[in-house]
Design a protein around this ligand. Structure first.
Ligand SMILES: [Zn+2]
Length: 99
């Protein structure tokens, strides 16, 4: 579970998940209310794992999947990624460039 970059307190799984669905780059700590950012490592892992969401489309090239099977696989992979997100989430005080 992530630890606040400012106050050092641990976030719960639910608190981490609530902060996942934001369009802003800044994430507010539920304890000290100071803003922080996803770490470079977290953004890299996110970019790689998000490619798995569309992987059923590539699988569909080799196997004749029905649209419902495709949709089910995409939704299933998305849900797995949402559930594991708080476990690899790391926070940083600064918004560092990815490269
Ligand atoms: Zn904090």
């Amino acid at each position: 579970m992530p630890t606040c970059a400012h106050c050092g307190r641990k976030w719960s799984w639910k608190q981490s998940l609530n902060r996942m669905f934001t369009l802003s780059q800044e994430i507010q700590c539920p304890h000290c209310h100071r803003n922080q950012f996803f770490s470079k490592k977290t953004r890299t892992i996110n970019a790689v794992l998000n490619m798995f969401i569309v992987s059923p489309l590539a699988i569909n090239i080799f196997f004749d999947l029905t649209p419902w099977m495709l949709l089910g696989m995409i939704v299933g992979i998305f849900l797995v990624l949402v559930v594991i997100f708080p476990f690899y989430l790391e926070l940083d005080k600064e918004d560092r460039p990815l490269w």
